[in-house]
Design a protein around this ligand. Structure first.
Ligand SMILES: C[S@@+](CC[C@H](N)C(=O)[O-])C[C@H]1O[C@@H](n2cnc3c(N)ncnc32)[C@H](O)[C@@H]1O
Length: 645
């Protein structure tokens, strides 16, 4: 179904009798909302269900940006691989570490007599598997029953995942769901396959949690309501999953096992519907049934979700949302070309995106510039190739990539501003060459050769941006600036890091907010780091009392203030006014304001002591050698494209 931000029309308000009759008939088969109706009492949302969209949620009234529309605990959640020992497997809080002395081991894992080593370990962990980490012994005890289901299998997950070529996290997710089902008193598998984990809450509406405290009250039975989108999962992947889960179930206590088909369904449901959260800078994945069922994906979303303590999912509006508009979130990074977003959604979420942004003709959408190649004749417009074919069968996509190449043979792309045409295959060749050199620079960066990576990236920009080959908003260029900023910061060249970050911010904000929303989390982070870097540089440069030095300091302070104002505004909307992230931004902003006021005062004091200088004696801008202009954009940058809403 398509997800749009249009107001939803209620079935009963429609026109003639025939239509009403049709809709009444249709009502028999659309899913009802009774299970989740409780949310309407605590959140400003109305639940709807229609043929076109299935279950979805709309704004109950006009909602200003930053309004909380859902707070939900996970029915099953896992700590992600990279945070495995940093996040508590019970409460998803941070795990304090302690140091311990243990006998030193040789390369075969045998103790070396008389030798010891000091290691850092979580304050509490399962005594048996030694894998599950906890923030306290209390959490370990609270999790004992749930973990008991997983304990024997957890250590084998890695081996099973690599033997059968499946995702380790998918296996751990199934274990977590089985743990939850067992704790809830999950009965025999026939109870489960008829719709739920335990008999105690059969038919009871899903508890909707309005606070983090009772977030854990969502039942396992809600998991099986979710769409596995199995038809979009490659056949081989399903076969591998079946083999892996068969091995895994054999390691689970018998009373907690479910039939293989249910375990496969649970794995598909988890990978299709999970929400990745970052809690205290650590990563987890959770299954949040209400949000997974009611909040569709849109590449121009009006809501954003974030993780809070306890693995609680909070969804807030990220812009003003009129009453009756559908509430949507994004499951993918938005500053990507349309095809890339769609393929990512297909591979990870198992659906072909039909949101309004993806369904709008390319020439009318900001997406035309996301992987835009400039016209080689007029150098003003990008080349447009409108055709995008919906991928109907993921199996075909995986087995016959060459079919895509064949489809573009003999087809032409047209310049958006002049009559020039070019064969799509030539366009693809340009893009492939760009991707190759982009990839090479990034491999160098990953290998840690930062100086060479910087040279390669700067060459990429001079080859593809300065020569007007790629559109300035092309995501490969913007991603290169992002990496360049990071590399320059690591090479302790803050002036350049600032310059590149300000280009990133400028490009992401370009296109009138059509590429990413104003209060987009990643954009907020670039604003924050730009503000932080500018403030630090301004403080460093403050000792330079030459006119040029003062001009640079002033400019950095101004940029710090503007960037931090944006970061603060966005963080309040995304994380809530009272959040630590919002107060962090506010603190830095106050400090930038203070520095700026002090700077202005000191400058004025100086001026009043001296006779007024002739205006011509003060250079208008710092020479490039002293420091780059903070918001300077390379000369070759074309004017931002005009966008259609
Ligand atoms: C939010 S649930 C929808 C549940 C559905 N409303 C129901 O009543 O069963 C998420 C699923 O909706 C579909 N979906 C969400 N956003 C979509 C989009 N932008 N384009 C196409 N399908 C989408 C996908 O199948 C996805 O797995």
């Amino acid at each position: 179904m398509a997800a749009t931000t249009e107001p939803t029309v209620d079935a009963n308000t429609a026109g003639n009798a025939e239509q009403v009759a049709k809709k009444k008939k249709a009502k028999k088969v659309v899913a009802d909302n009774t299970m989740y109706q409780a949310i309407e009492a605590v959140m400003p949302v109305v639940l709807r269900s229609s043929h076109a969209k299935g279950r979805h949620a709309v704004a109950a009234r006009d909602l200003p940006a930053g309004t909380l529309v859902a707070v939900e605990g996970p029915v099953g959640a896992i700590v992600r691989n990279q945070s495995f020992v940093s996040l508590c497997h019970c409460c998803f809080g941070s795990v304090p570490m302690k140091t311990q002395t243990r006998p030193k081991l040789d390369k075969d894992g045998k103790e070396i007599a008389g030798q010891a080593e000091r290691i850092t370990v979580p304050v509490s962990a399962c005594d048996k598997c030694k894998m599950a980490a906890y923030c306290s012994d209390k959490c370990r005890a609270d999790h004992a029953k749930e973990h008991g289901v997983q304990c024997g299998a957890l250590a084998q997950c890695n081996a099973i995942a690599s033997t059968h070529n499946v995702s380790l996290e998918d296996l751990r997710a199934v274990l977590a769901l089985l743990g939850r089902r067992t704790v809830e008193g999950g009965g025999s598998s026939s109870d489960v396959s008829s719709g739920g984990g335990g008999e105690d809450d059969a038919g009871k509406p899903a508890a909707f949690t309005a606070t983090a405290a009772d977030a854990k009250s969502v039942s396992y039975r809600r998991v099986l309501d979710l769409n596995p989108n199995r038809h979009y999962i490659e056949r081989n992947a399903i076969k591998n999953l079946q083999a892996a889960l068969k091995d895994l179930l054999a390691l689970v206590p018998e009373a907690s096992r479910v039939p293989l088909s249910e375990a496969v369904a649970a794995a598909c449901i988890f990978s299709t519907n999970n929400h990745p959260l970052v809690v205290n800078n650590h990563h987890m994945l959770g299954l949040y049934p209400f949000s997974a069922l009611y909040l569709h994906h849109s590449c121009r979303p009006n809501c954003v979700f974030v993780g809070e303590a306890g693995g609680v999912l909070c969804v807030r509006t990220m812009r003003d949302v009129p009453a009756n508009s559908e509430l949507t979130i994004s499951y993918v990074e938005l500053y990507q070309p349309r095809e890339q977003r769609r393929r990512e959604l297909l591979l990870t979420r198992h659906f072909w995106c039909k949101c309004r942004r993806c369904s709008t003709g390319l020439s009318q959408s900001v997406d035309r510039v996301m992987d835009g190649i400039q016209c080689s004749e007029c150098r003003r417009g990008v080349m447009i190739f409108e055709e995008t074919k919906e991928v109907q069968d993921i199996n075909e996509l995986m087995t016959d990539i060459s079919a895509l190449d064949q489809e573009i043979q003999g087809k032409f792309a047209q310049c958006e501003t002049c009559p020039a045409k070019i064969e799509v295959t030539s366009l693809v060749d340009v893009l492939k060459a760009a991707i190759t050199s982009y990839g090479a620079a990034h491999v160098t960066m990953q290998q840690g050769d930062l100086r060479r990576a910087r040279l390669q990236m700067e060459k990429f920009i001079s080859d593809y941006e300065d020569k007007n080959i790629l559109h300035p908003f092309n995501s490969y260029l913007v991603n290169t600036y992002i990496s360049l900023a990071r590399v320059c910061a690591q090479l302790e060249d803050p002036d350049r890091a600032i310059r590149y970050t300000s280009i990133v911010v400028e490009r992401m904000q370009g296109a009138d907010g059509e590429a990413v929303p104003e209060n987009y989390p990643r954009l907020a982070e670039y604003h924050m780091s730009l503000g932080d870097m500018c403030l630090k540089q301004a403080k460093k440069k403050a000792s330079n009392h030459t006119p040029a030095g003062r001009s640079v300091t002033r400019r950095y302070l101004k940029e710090a203030r503007t960037s931090l104002e944006s970061a603060y505004r966005a963080r309040k909307v995304i994380y809530g006014e009272e959040s630590t992230r919002a107060s962090e931004a506010k603190k830095l902003l106050d400090s930038a304001k203070h520095e700026y006021d002090e700077f202005v005062k000191a400058t004025e004091k100086k001026k009043s002591k001296k006779p007024q200088p002739q205006p011509a004696a003060v250079p208008a801008a710092a020479p490039a050698s002293a420091a780059p202009a903070v918001s300077a954009v390379p000369a070759a940058v074309a004017p931002p494209p005009t966008t259609s809403a």
